[in-house]
Structures are given as structure tokens and as C-alpha cells.
Design a protein around this ligand. Structure first.
Ligand code: GDP
Ligand code: MG
Length: 474
């Protein structure tokens, strides 16, 4: 999906004039990509209509027509950035971006566990959806963020359910509760939660049974467990591979256990994920995480804007930062001063190089790579080899740099006019491109990435001279 959306947009941005034909072609490709990944037909045609309406409202502002302030603002921003065609392009791209975000954003905030109180989370979903696995992943996730987490197994239906949870929990060093003899899931859930409440755990995660399908007994059981443990958040675990069926399944669960968040699992396989998008719309419930593998670390935070950014190849700097910090926690020796550097707002090209080589050594390249701006999301589909290839080229670029260049913030690669405005890349940049067997364009990309990291580190949101410089040059 990412590759196609990305392709459609870059095709569009290359077109010389922005007429109805160009916009229609873009929308057509966009919609067929969405449909192919199992997004509900109605949602897709809605999206199409809304993008069209936004664009045509925006492109006729000089007819004295009323314009929404948001569209006006994006037009004004675009005006500053370039000419009239560029304006139009920006308006169209922004409309597409906003509508894609709206597609995965139900407009309700999910519950966020807070330290200092006991947060009870209950997982629901059908058998095999990935509840038990996801519960453990969640516990690990919160534990890493300093919230003492534990697991309660309230699945007495499936043989070996407790053993499975016990095994997962032990592996992850997470305290757990369950019983081999008690057959009433409500009693176990209540006892387990009570025990951990007394012990003042921050996060108590209750895993439930799924049975085979959406039967009324299952729903009754969920209602009873919910009443017994009073969850702060109920999470529906949804298997992405069920495709279009996700919508009906989530609706059925919503009626019995009013879940406040969705976790979509098995997105690492051939599943397309569009069904989950339809489930969000049908239940007006936000997705909070994606499961992307069987390993305990295969859990990705989900938020609408970064998701769409990544999808369109715009990266997710915030997510990347968080990931780097996670890695630092897992590998204190290798990354001991990263946090300090970030705090001090110091981040050189050498630091970026170090992060890149850490990413290379940590595996799951394609997932992380899509967080880096300028790395097409299509790489996720292209797989590990493509991601590794691209990351290697970036490291080659830094290998061709001299010491002073590595220690710089990157401005050293630009030439400036008398007023101090950058007018382009200089001979150093061309030397590095040549020396690394890459292109000046790729060097520029790497510099932009390093700089964005520095910008984030500084919490200045890129409000520094360099960023302005990049914008002026385009
Ligand atoms: P439950 O019945 O809902 O508790 O589901 P389980 O947690 O037992 O998971 C069912 C199967 O799906 C197991 O083999 C898991 O390893 C697998 N699984 C769970 N989440 C993921 C995921 O995100 N990706 C992949 N590939 N497999 C997963
Ligand atoms: Mg289970």
C-alpha cells in the first residue's frame, strides 16, 4: 500500500500542471490501492469525495467563494513556498494526507496508563487473534517505560492457555497469575487482579479466552469478567489477516464489551491491514499498537499522523527517537551517552552514523527504516534486503566524510551567498558523493536526516537556520 500511495503522489508531484486530469489520476490510483488492501468501499468513496471537495474549494478561492480557514492556511503556506502550480500541488497533497489521517483517526483519545495508580487493561478477541502474545508484548512495553506490569490469565477454555501465558511471562520476566484447577474465568480474573492491586502494580493486563467464534457465551463471559475487574481500558485484539471480516467482528465485540482501543496483529505477514481501518471507522475506536511478529519486541506504537507519514515516505522522527531510546535501554553499553546528547541538543553527523549502524545491527530493518524521512514506505514491502541496501549506502556516505565533517552539524557542506543564505551544496558534498559511490542527492538526504534528528534533539522542531536553508533551496 505504501509503495503505491507513495508512487501515486510522486507521479503527481512530477506532473507539470495540476489540472483535473492529474488530480483524477491521483485519486484513482489512491482509491484502487486502498480498495486492494481491503478498506471498505464506502470509506474509500467517501475519502475520494472529500479530497475532491477540499481541493476544488481551495483552488477557487479567487472567485470570492467562502473558504475554510484550514484550506486557506495551507494555500498561504504554499504561496510562501513557491509558485501557483506548487501551491495547487501542496493543497492536493495536504488534502490527501489529511483525509488519510482521518481514515485511521476516529477522533477519540485512547486511555493512557499513568504511573501512581493501578491501571487495569483487559484484552478481548477471538481465539487465535493474538491476545496472549499481545498481552505479553504490552506488559514488556509498559515495563520498559517504568510501569511495573503483570499478567493475569483468565482463559480457562483453551487447554494449555495458562501454560502459554506462563511461558511468555517467564521469558519476559513479567509476574503472572493463573490457575490449573479453577475453571471459572471470572473468579480467576477477580482474584488475580485483586492480588496485584494489593501489590500496587502499575499495569495489570488480563488475558481472556477467545473460543472459536463470536458466540453469545463468549460475549457474556467478557461482560462478566469486565464487571469483575473493572478495566480502565479494554483492548480488542484484531487479526489483520481476516481482511474485510474485521469490520463485522469488531462491531459484534463492541456491543458486548465496549472496548476503547484496538491492537491489530499479524501485520508482518501477507495481511493487508485495510480491514482494520474499516474496523476503526465502524467502531469509532482508535488503534493503539500494531503487532508485527511473534517476538516480544514486535509491537509498534500506532498513531494516525506518523502512520500516514510513514506510508507516504515522510518518516516518523518522533517514533525513531523513541525507538533509539528503547534500543539504548536494551543496550546500555553501546548507547550510554545518546540520552545525554539528545538532552544537550548535540547531535552530529557522527551521531547519526552511529544510530544508523545500530539500526543495522538490531534487525527488523524495514520497520525502522520507514521511520526515517525520505525512506519510501514501499521498502516495508521490498523487505529486509532493500532496507539494508539503502541503510548501507547511507553509511557509505558517512564513511567518505572527513573527521571534521563527521563532527559537524552538516552546514559545512553548503555554500552561502553574501547574506549568509545557502545557495547549494559545495565541493565537499560532491567529493563525498563521489567517494562513496552515491549521488549528491543522497548526500543531501543524509544531511537532511541528520539535521532533523538534531532538530528534534533540540526540541526546536527544526526551527534552526539549516532547516530554513533546506526549505529555501527547494
Ligand atoms: P490468542 O488465542 O488470541 O491468545 O492468540 P495467541 O496469542 O495464542 O496467538 C496465536 C498465534 O498467532 C500464535 O502462534 C502467535 O505466535 C501468533 N501471533 C500473534 N501475534 C502475531 C503477530 O503480530 N505476528 C505474527 N506473525 N504472529 C502472531
Ligand atoms: Mg490466548
Amino acid at each position: 500500500l505504501g509503495a503505491r500511495l507513495n508512487g501515486a503522489l510522486s507521479q503527481f508531484s512530477k506532473s507539470s500542471s495540476v489540472d483535473d486530469a492529474a488530480i483524477d489520476a491521483l485519486l484513482k490510483e489512491l482509491c484502487s490501492a486502498l480498495l486492494e488492501s481491503d478498506v471498505n468501499v464506502k470509506l474509500v468513496s467517501q475519502l475520494r469525495a472529500r479530497v475532491k471537495a477540499k481541493v476544488s474549494a481551495a483552488l477557487k478561492p479567487w472567485d470570492g467563494q467562502v473558504n475554510t480557514s484550514q484550506v486557506k492556511k495551507s494555500l498561504e503556506d504554499a504561496e510562501k513556498a513557491g509558485g501557483r502550480e506548487a501551491n495547487k500541488k501542496n493543497v492536493v497533497q495536504k488534502a490527501v494526507y489529511d483525509e488519510l489521517v482521518a481514515l485511521v483517526d476516529p477522533g477519540t483519545e485512547p486511555y493512557k496508563p499513568v504511573k501512581g495508580k493501578v491501571n487495569v487493561i483487559m484484552a478481548v478477541g477471538i481465539q487465535g487473534a493474538g491476545k496472549t502474545t499481545t498481552c505479553t508484548k504490552l506488559a514488556v512495553h509498559y515495563q520498559r517505560r517504568g510501569l511495573r506490569s503483570c499478567l493475569v490469565c483468565a482463559d480457562t477454555f483453551r487447554a494449555g492457555a495458562f501454560d502459554q501465558l506462563k511461558q511468555n511471562a517467564t521469558k519476559a520476566k513479567i509476574p503472572f497469575y493463573g490457575s490449573y484447577t479453577e475453571t471459572d474465568p471470572v473468579a480467576i480474573a477477580a482474584l488475580g487482579v485483586e492480588k496485584f492491586r494489593k501489590e500496587r502494580f502499575d499495569v495489570i493486563i488480563v488475558d481472556t479466552s477467545g473460543r472459536h467464534k463470536q458466540e453469545s457465551e463468549l460475549f457474556e463471559e467478557m461482560v462478566a469478567i469486565g464487571a469483575a475487574v473493572k478495566p480502565d481500558m479494554t483492548v480488542m485484539v484484531l487479526d489483520a489477516s481476516i481482511g474485510q471480516a474485521a469490520e463485522g467482528q469488531s462491531k459484534a465485540f463492541k456491543e458486548s464489551s465496549d472496548f476503547g482501543a484496538i491492537i491489530v496483529t499479524k501485520l508482518d505477514g501477507h495481511a493487508k491491514g485495510g480491514g482494520a481501518i474499516s474496523a476503526v471507522a465502524a467502531t469509532k475506536t482508535p488503534i493503539i499498537f500494531l503487532g508485527t511478529g511473534e517476538h516480544l519486541n514486535d509491537l509498534e506504537k500506532f498513531a494516525p499522523q506518523p502512520f500516514v507519514s510513514k506510508l507516504l515516505g515522510m518518516g516518523d522522527i518522533q517514533g525513531l527517537m523513541e525507538h533509539m531510546q528503547d534500543m539504548a535501554m536494551a543496550n546500555p553499553d553501546r548507547q550510554k551517552d545518546l540520552a545525554k546528547k539528545l538532552e544537550q541538543g548535540k547531535f552530529s553527523i557522527r551521531d547519526w552514523r552511529e544510530q544508523l549502524s545500530n539500526i543495522m545491527s538490531m534487525g527488523s530493518l524495514s520497520k525502522i527504516a520507514s521511520m526515517i524521512p525520505g525512506m519510501p514506505a514501499g521498502m516495508m514491502e521490498g523487505g529486509e534486503d532493500e532496507a539494508a541496501g539503502k541503510l548501507k549506502r547511507m553509511i557509505f556516505i558517512t564513511d567518505a566524510m572527513r573527521q571534521d565533517e563527521l563532527d559537524s552539524d552538516g552546514l559545512i557542506f553548503f555554500s552561502f551567498d553574501k547574506e549568509g543564505n545557502p545557495v547549494g551544496l559545495n565541493r565537499r558534498a560532491r567529493r563525498v558523493a563521489k567517494g562513496s559511490g552515491t549521488s549528491v542527492r543522497e548526500v543531501e538526504e543524509l544531511l537532511a536526516q541528520a539535521r532533523m534528528m538534531a532538530g528534534m534533539a533540540r526540541q526546536a522542531g527544526g526551527q534552526n537556520g539549516w532547516m530554513t536553508a533546506m526549505n529555501k533551496m527547494q
